[in-house]
Design a protein around this ligand. Structure first.
Ligand SMILES: Cc1ncc(COP(=O)(O)O)c(C=O)c1O
Length: 370
Protein backbone atom coordinates (compact mmCIF):
# COMPACT_ATOMS: atom_id res chain seq x y z
CA UNK A 1 0.00 0.00 0.00
CA UNK A 2 1.09 3.57 -0.60
CA UNK A 3 2.96 5.37 2.15
CA UNK A 4 1.37 8.34 3.86
CA UNK A 5 2.94 11.80 4.00
CA UNK A 6 5.93 12.09 6.28
CA UNK A 7 5.67 14.74 8.96
CA UNK A 8 7.56 17.57 7.30
CA UNK A 9 5.50 20.26 5.59
CA UNK A 10 5.08 19.91 1.85
CA UNK A 11 4.11 22.80 -0.39
CA UNK A 12 0.73 22.27 -2.09
CA UNK A 13 2.44 22.10 -5.50
CA UNK A 14 4.49 19.15 -4.21
CA UNK A 15 1.48 17.42 -2.66
CA UNK A 16 -0.29 17.55 -6.03
CA UNK A 17 2.77 16.54 -8.05
CA UNK A 18 3.62 13.57 -5.80
CA UNK A 19 0.05 12.50 -4.92
CA UNK A 20 1.03 13.20 -1.29
CA UNK A 21 4.54 11.78 -1.65
CA UNK A 22 3.30 8.27 -2.37
CA UNK A 23 6.04 5.66 -2.55
CA UNK A 24 4.53 2.17 -2.40
CA UNK A 25 5.67 0.54 0.86
CA UNK A 26 5.42 -2.98 -0.53
CA UNK A 27 7.45 -2.48 -3.71
CA UNK A 28 9.06 0.97 -3.64
CA UNK A 29 7.13 1.95 -6.77
CA UNK A 30 7.43 5.73 -7.14
CA UNK A 31 3.95 6.24 -8.51
CA UNK A 32 0.83 5.20 -6.62
CA UNK A 33 -0.06 1.60 -7.56
CA UNK A 34 -3.40 0.82 -9.17
CA UNK A 35 -5.36 -1.66 -7.04
CA UNK A 36 -8.20 -2.98 -9.19
CA UNK A 37 -9.40 -5.74 -6.82
CA UNK A 38 -13.05 -5.56 -5.82
CA UNK A 39 -12.41 -7.57 -2.65
CA UNK A 40 -9.43 -8.32 -0.40
CA UNK A 41 -8.50 -11.56 1.37
CA UNK A 42 -8.70 -11.84 5.15
CA UNK A 43 -5.75 -12.98 7.24
CA UNK A 44 -5.31 -16.29 9.11
CA UNK A 45 -7.48 -14.96 11.99
CA UNK A 46 -10.24 -14.04 9.52
CA UNK A 47 -9.47 -10.35 10.04
CA UNK A 48 -9.51 -8.02 7.00
CA UNK A 49 -5.98 -6.85 6.14
CA UNK A 50 -7.19 -3.38 5.22
CA UNK A 51 -9.74 -1.17 6.98
CA UNK A 52 -12.24 -2.20 4.28
CA UNK A 53 -12.23 -5.32 2.13
CA UNK A 54 -14.88 -4.55 -0.50
CA UNK A 55 -14.38 -1.87 -3.15
CA UNK A 56 -17.77 -0.20 -2.65
CA UNK A 57 -16.70 0.64 0.93
CA UNK A 58 -13.33 2.02 -0.14
CA UNK A 59 -10.00 0.79 -1.48
CA UNK A 60 -6.30 1.79 -1.49
CA UNK A 61 -6.17 3.79 -4.76
CA UNK A 62 -9.27 5.73 -3.71
CA UNK A 63 -7.82 6.48 -0.27
CA UNK A 64 -4.58 7.71 -1.79
CA UNK A 65 -6.35 10.14 -4.12
CA UNK A 66 -8.65 11.31 -1.31
CA UNK A 67 -5.76 11.95 1.07
CA UNK A 68 -4.00 14.07 -1.57
CA UNK A 69 -7.13 16.15 -2.22
CA UNK A 70 -7.85 16.60 1.53
CA UNK A 71 -4.30 17.92 1.99
CA UNK A 72 -4.64 20.30 -0.97
CA UNK A 73 -7.93 21.66 0.38
CA UNK A 74 -6.51 22.07 3.89
CA UNK A 75 -9.20 19.64 5.04
CA UNK A 76 -9.41 16.60 7.30
CA UNK A 77 -10.91 14.19 4.79
CA UNK A 78 -12.14 14.00 1.22
CA UNK A 79 -14.63 11.64 -0.44
CA UNK A 80 -14.43 10.90 -4.16
CA UNK A 81 -17.56 10.00 -6.12
CA UNK A 82 -18.25 8.58 -9.57
CA UNK A 83 -19.32 12.06 -10.74
CA UNK A 84 -19.86 15.55 -9.38
CA UNK A 85 -23.62 15.01 -9.45
CA UNK A 86 -23.28 11.77 -7.43
CA UNK A 87 -21.47 13.77 -4.71
CA UNK A 88 -24.18 16.47 -4.78
CA UNK A 89 -26.94 13.86 -4.58
CA UNK A 90 -25.27 12.22 -1.55
CA UNK A 91 -24.93 15.58 0.21
CA UNK A 92 -28.59 16.39 -0.52
CA UNK A 93 -29.63 13.09 1.11
CA UNK A 94 -28.31 14.49 4.43
CA UNK A 95 -30.68 17.50 4.39
CA UNK A 96 -33.44 16.85 6.94
CA UNK A 97 -36.95 16.63 5.45
CA UNK A 98 -38.46 20.11 5.05
CA UNK A 99 -35.21 21.95 5.89
CA UNK A 100 -34.21 24.99 3.88
CA UNK A 101 -31.50 25.24 1.22
CA UNK A 102 -30.29 28.69 0.18
CA UNK A 103 -28.43 29.03 -3.12
CA UNK A 104 -27.81 31.60 -5.89
CA UNK A 105 -30.30 31.82 -8.76
CA UNK A 106 -27.48 31.37 -11.30
CA UNK A 107 -25.38 28.23 -10.92
CA UNK A 108 -24.48 25.02 -12.72
CA UNK A 109 -27.82 23.92 -14.16
CA UNK A 110 -27.50 20.30 -12.95
CA UNK A 111 -27.17 21.36 -9.32
CA UNK A 112 -30.04 23.80 -9.65
CA UNK A 113 -32.24 21.12 -11.30
CA UNK A 114 -31.45 18.72 -8.45
CA UNK A 115 -32.43 21.26 -5.76
CA UNK A 116 -35.61 22.16 -7.69
CA UNK A 117 -36.47 18.47 -8.03
CA UNK A 118 -36.13 17.96 -4.26
CA UNK A 119 -38.26 21.05 -3.64
CA UNK A 120 -40.94 19.82 -6.08
CA UNK A 121 -40.98 16.45 -4.31
CA UNK A 122 -41.66 18.31 -1.04
CA UNK A 123 -38.34 17.16 0.45
CA UNK A 124 -36.75 20.60 1.01
CA UNK A 125 -37.66 24.26 0.93
CA UNK A 126 -35.51 26.26 -1.47
CA UNK A 127 -34.60 29.96 -1.55
CA UNK A 128 -32.72 31.13 -4.64
CA UNK A 129 -31.19 34.57 -4.14
CA UNK A 130 -30.23 37.05 -6.85
CA UNK A 131 -26.51 36.47 -7.33
CA UNK A 132 -26.06 39.94 -8.84
CA UNK A 133 -27.51 41.76 -5.82
CA UNK A 134 -24.77 42.17 -3.13
CA UNK A 135 -27.38 42.24 -0.33
CA UNK A 136 -29.57 39.36 -1.51
CA UNK A 137 -27.68 36.51 0.18
CA UNK A 138 -27.82 38.26 3.57
CA UNK A 139 -31.52 39.06 3.08
CA UNK A 140 -32.21 35.37 2.39
CA UNK A 141 -30.41 34.26 5.53
CA UNK A 142 -30.58 36.90 8.30
CA UNK A 143 -32.96 35.90 11.08
CA UNK A 144 -34.02 32.72 9.26
CA UNK A 145 -32.94 29.09 9.56
CA UNK A 146 -31.16 27.26 6.78
CA UNK A 147 -29.66 23.78 6.82
CA UNK A 148 -27.46 24.15 3.76
CA UNK A 149 -26.12 27.25 2.05
CA UNK A 150 -24.78 26.21 -1.34
CA UNK A 151 -22.73 28.66 -3.36
CA UNK A 152 -20.70 28.33 -6.50
CA UNK A 153 -17.88 30.76 -7.12
CA UNK A 154 -17.14 31.95 -9.72
CA UNK A 155 -20.68 31.22 -10.94
CA UNK A 156 -21.24 29.36 -14.18
CA UNK A 157 -21.92 31.06 -16.66
CA UNK A 158 -21.79 34.69 -15.45
CA UNK A 159 -18.55 34.11 -13.50
CA UNK A 160 -19.88 36.35 -10.74
CA UNK A 161 -17.94 35.95 -7.53
CA UNK A 162 -19.49 35.29 -4.11
CA UNK A 163 -17.65 36.26 -0.93
CA UNK A 164 -16.99 32.88 0.73
CA UNK A 165 -16.12 34.21 4.21
CA UNK A 166 -19.30 36.34 4.30
CA UNK A 167 -21.41 33.39 3.10
CA UNK A 168 -19.88 31.14 5.79
CA UNK A 169 -20.71 33.62 8.53
CA UNK A 170 -24.31 33.95 7.33
CA UNK A 171 -24.67 30.17 7.04
CA UNK A 172 -23.48 29.70 10.63
CA UNK A 173 -25.82 32.44 11.91
CA UNK A 174 -28.67 30.60 10.16
CA UNK A 175 -27.69 27.37 11.94
CA UNK A 176 -26.45 25.63 8.81
CA UNK A 177 -23.30 24.87 6.88
CA UNK A 178 -21.80 26.40 3.80
CA UNK A 179 -20.80 24.18 0.90
CA UNK A 180 -18.79 25.85 -1.87
CA UNK A 181 -18.79 24.48 -5.41
CA UNK A 182 -15.22 25.48 -6.26
CA UNK A 183 -15.06 23.61 -9.58
CA UNK A 184 -14.03 26.77 -11.44
CA UNK A 185 -11.31 27.83 -9.04
CA UNK A 186 -9.19 24.88 -7.78
CA UNK A 187 -7.31 24.83 -4.46
CA UNK A 188 -4.43 26.47 -6.32
CA UNK A 189 -6.10 29.83 -5.88
CA UNK A 190 -8.92 29.46 -3.30
CA UNK A 191 -9.28 27.17 -0.30
CA UNK A 192 -12.90 27.56 0.83
CA UNK A 193 -12.39 25.49 4.02
CA UNK A 194 -9.79 28.02 5.18
CA UNK A 195 -12.34 30.80 4.60
CA UNK A 196 -14.97 29.20 6.88
CA UNK A 197 -16.84 26.83 4.55
CA UNK A 198 -17.91 23.53 6.14
CA UNK A 199 -17.57 21.62 2.87
CA UNK A 200 -15.93 22.19 -0.48
CA UNK A 201 -17.11 20.46 -3.63
CA UNK A 202 -15.45 20.02 -7.02
CA UNK A 203 -16.58 18.44 -10.20
CA UNK A 204 -13.16 16.73 -10.40
CA UNK A 205 -14.03 16.10 -14.05
CA UNK A 206 -12.69 19.62 -14.66
CA UNK A 207 -9.47 21.13 -13.23
CA UNK A 208 -8.48 18.31 -10.89
CA UNK A 209 -8.38 15.77 -13.71
CA UNK A 210 -7.63 18.30 -16.42
CA UNK A 211 -7.49 15.84 -19.33
CA UNK A 212 -11.19 15.30 -20.18
CA UNK A 213 -10.89 11.56 -19.50
CA UNK A 214 -12.27 11.13 -15.96
CA UNK A 215 -15.77 11.83 -14.67
CA UNK A 216 -15.49 12.42 -10.91
CA UNK A 217 -16.75 14.49 -8.01
CA UNK A 218 -15.25 15.24 -4.62
CA UNK A 219 -16.35 16.66 -1.29
CA UNK A 220 -13.78 17.69 1.34
CA UNK A 221 -14.42 18.66 4.94
CA UNK A 222 -12.59 20.56 7.65
CA UNK A 223 -14.36 18.62 10.43
CA UNK A 224 -15.54 15.05 10.87
CA UNK A 225 -19.19 15.70 11.69
CA UNK A 226 -22.22 13.40 11.82
CA UNK A 227 -23.26 14.80 8.45
CA UNK A 228 -19.86 13.90 7.02
CA UNK A 229 -20.11 10.34 8.35
CA UNK A 230 -23.59 10.05 6.80
CA UNK A 231 -22.26 11.20 3.42
CA UNK A 232 -19.57 8.49 3.60
CA UNK A 233 -22.16 5.83 4.51
CA UNK A 234 -24.52 7.02 1.76
CA UNK A 235 -21.72 6.77 -0.79
CA UNK A 236 -21.22 3.13 0.14
CA UNK A 237 -24.93 2.36 0.16
CA UNK A 238 -25.57 4.17 -3.15
CA UNK A 239 -22.52 2.46 -4.67
CA UNK A 240 -20.95 5.65 -5.95
CA UNK A 241 -17.26 5.75 -4.93
CA UNK A 242 -14.87 6.65 -7.74
CA UNK A 243 -13.49 3.39 -9.22
CA UNK A 244 -9.73 2.69 -8.89
CA UNK A 245 -8.65 3.36 -12.46
CA UNK A 246 -10.37 6.76 -12.43
CA UNK A 247 -8.67 7.51 -9.08
CA UNK A 248 -5.34 6.63 -10.60
CA UNK A 249 -5.96 8.80 -13.68
CA UNK A 250 -7.12 11.62 -11.42
CA UNK A 251 -3.88 11.49 -9.42
CA UNK A 252 -1.93 11.52 -12.66
CA UNK A 253 -3.87 14.59 -13.79
CA UNK A 254 -3.40 16.32 -10.43
CA UNK A 255 0.37 16.14 -10.78
CA UNK A 256 0.18 19.07 -13.17
CA UNK A 257 -2.71 20.89 -11.48
CA UNK A 258 -0.72 23.94 -10.42
CA UNK A 259 1.10 24.47 -13.71
CA UNK A 260 -2.07 23.86 -15.70
CA UNK A 261 -4.14 26.21 -13.58
CA UNK A 262 -1.60 29.01 -13.66
CA UNK A 263 -1.06 28.73 -17.42
CA UNK A 264 -4.79 28.49 -18.00
CA UNK A 265 -5.37 31.64 -15.92
CA UNK A 266 -2.74 33.56 -17.80
CA UNK A 267 -4.07 32.39 -21.21
CA UNK A 268 -7.62 33.28 -20.19
CA UNK A 269 -6.66 36.77 -19.07
CA UNK A 270 -4.98 37.41 -22.43
CA UNK A 271 -8.03 36.06 -24.30
CA UNK A 272 -10.43 38.09 -22.15
CA UNK A 273 -8.46 41.30 -22.76
CA UNK A 274 -8.30 40.58 -26.49
CA UNK A 275 -12.07 40.08 -26.82
CA UNK A 276 -12.89 43.03 -24.56
CA UNK A 277 -11.64 45.29 -27.33
CA UNK A 278 -13.21 43.27 -30.17
CA UNK A 279 -15.90 45.02 -32.26
CA UNK A 280 -18.02 41.83 -32.59
CA UNK A 281 -18.07 41.08 -28.87
CA UNK A 282 -20.62 42.86 -26.75
CA UNK A 283 -19.26 41.81 -23.37
CA UNK A 284 -16.67 39.52 -21.83
CA UNK A 285 -17.57 38.01 -18.47
CA UNK A 286 -14.32 37.10 -16.70
CA UNK A 287 -13.55 37.83 -13.01
CA UNK A 288 -9.94 38.70 -13.83
CA UNK A 289 -11.01 41.82 -15.75
CA UNK A 290 -11.22 44.96 -13.61
CA UNK A 291 -14.51 45.75 -15.40
CA UNK A 292 -16.16 42.58 -14.02
CA UNK A 293 -18.55 43.24 -11.11
CA UNK A 294 -16.94 40.48 -9.04
CA UNK A 295 -13.35 41.59 -9.60
CA UNK A 296 -12.74 43.17 -6.16
CA UNK A 297 -13.95 40.03 -4.34
CA UNK A 298 -12.05 37.81 -6.76
CA UNK A 299 -8.84 39.72 -6.02
CA UNK A 300 -9.33 39.05 -2.31
CA UNK A 301 -10.20 35.36 -2.48
CA UNK A 302 -8.46 34.10 -5.62
CA UNK A 303 -4.82 34.41 -4.62
CA UNK A 304 -3.19 32.72 -7.60
CA UNK A 305 -5.12 33.46 -10.79
CA UNK A 306 -8.73 33.82 -11.91
CA UNK A 307 -8.99 30.51 -13.76
CA UNK A 308 -9.71 29.67 -17.35
CA UNK A 309 -13.49 29.99 -17.52
CA UNK A 310 -15.23 32.93 -19.18
CA UNK A 311 -18.29 33.85 -21.18
CA UNK A 312 -18.32 35.92 -24.35
CA UNK A 313 -21.52 37.70 -25.40
CA UNK A 314 -21.28 37.73 -29.19
CA UNK A 315 -23.04 40.47 -31.17
CA UNK A 316 -25.45 39.61 -33.97
CA UNK A 317 -27.67 36.82 -32.68
CA UNK A 318 -27.50 33.13 -31.98
CA UNK A 319 -26.45 32.12 -35.51
CA UNK A 320 -23.46 34.48 -35.30
CA UNK A 321 -22.55 33.02 -31.94
CA UNK A 322 -22.67 29.47 -33.32
CA UNK A 323 -20.58 30.53 -36.31
CA UNK A 324 -17.99 31.94 -33.90
CA UNK A 325 -17.89 28.66 -31.96
CA UNK A 326 -17.52 26.41 -35.00
CA UNK A 327 -14.76 28.54 -36.54
CA UNK A 328 -12.44 28.30 -33.56
CA UNK A 329 -9.22 26.48 -34.47
CA UNK A 330 -7.88 25.19 -31.14
CA UNK A 331 -10.83 25.40 -28.77
CA UNK A 332 -13.24 22.50 -29.37
CA UNK A 333 -17.02 23.01 -29.41
CA UNK A 334 -18.18 20.25 -27.06
CA UNK A 335 -20.58 19.31 -24.24
CA UNK A 336 -24.03 20.81 -24.78
CA UNK A 337 -24.51 22.97 -27.80
CA UNK A 338 -27.40 24.95 -26.36
CA UNK A 339 -28.67 25.51 -22.86
CA UNK A 340 -31.32 28.01 -21.91
CA UNK A 341 -30.36 30.07 -18.87
CA UNK A 342 -31.23 33.48 -17.51
CA UNK A 343 -29.22 36.27 -19.06
CA UNK A 344 -27.09 38.04 -16.42
CA UNK A 345 -28.34 41.41 -17.67
CA UNK A 346 -32.01 40.85 -18.37
CA UNK A 347 -33.05 37.64 -16.62
CA UNK A 348 -34.57 36.46 -19.94
CA UNK A 349 -33.68 33.04 -21.35
CA UNK A 350 -30.25 32.92 -22.87
CA UNK A 351 -29.20 30.56 -25.66
CA UNK A 352 -25.77 29.23 -24.80
CA UNK A 353 -23.65 27.42 -27.37
CA UNK A 354 -20.75 26.17 -25.30
CA UNK A 355 -17.19 25.73 -26.29
CA UNK A 356 -15.12 23.48 -24.18
CA UNK A 357 -11.39 23.11 -23.86
CA UNK A 358 -9.10 23.48 -20.92
CA UNK A 359 -9.44 27.21 -21.01
CA UNK A 360 -12.74 28.58 -22.23
CA UNK A 361 -16.48 28.18 -22.41
CA UNK A 362 -18.34 30.73 -24.47
CA UNK A 363 -21.84 31.78 -23.63
CA UNK A 364 -23.19 33.68 -26.57
CA UNK A 365 -26.48 35.53 -26.60
CA UNK A 366 -28.45 37.26 -29.23
CA UNK A 367 -27.78 40.97 -28.92
CA UNK A 368 -30.96 41.70 -30.83
CA UNK A 369 -33.23 39.60 -28.57
CA UNK A 370 -32.08 40.59 -25.09
C1 LIG B 1 -19.74 24.02 -11.52
C2 LIG B 1 -20.15 22.58 -11.71
N1 LIG B 1 -20.66 21.91 -10.67
C3 LIG B 1 -21.05 20.61 -10.79
C4 LIG B 1 -20.92 19.93 -12.00
C5 LIG B 1 -21.36 18.49 -12.10
O1 LIG B 1 -20.24 17.65 -12.16
P1 LIG B 1 -20.16 16.30 -13.03
O2 LIG B 1 -20.42 16.65 -14.47
O3 LIG B 1 -18.76 15.82 -12.77
O4 LIG B 1 -21.20 15.36 -12.50
C6 LIG B 1 -20.38 20.61 -13.11
C7 LIG B 1 -20.24 19.93 -14.42
O5 LIG B 1 -20.05 20.56 -15.45
C8 LIG B 1 -19.98 21.97 -12.94
O6 LIG B 1 -19.46 22.66 -13.97
Amino acid sequence: MAASMSNFELRPETIAAHALKAVDEATGAVVPPLYLATTYARDENYEPKLKENYQRNGAPTLWQAEAAIAALENGKEALLFASGMAAIAALCETIPRGARVVAPDVMYYGTRDWFVRLRDLGRISLTLFNSRDPDAMAAALRGQKADLVWIETPLNPTWDVIDIAAAAELAHEAGGILCVDATATAAVTTQPLSLGAGLVFHSATKYLNGHSDVLAGVLATGEITDRWKSIATLRTKMGSPLPPFECWLLMRGMRTLFVRYRQSSSNALAIARHFSAHPNVQQVLYPGLSSHPGHATARRQMSDGYGGMMSLLIKGGLENAKRFCTRLKVIVPATRSEVSKASPNTGKPWRVPRVRSLTIWCACRSASRT
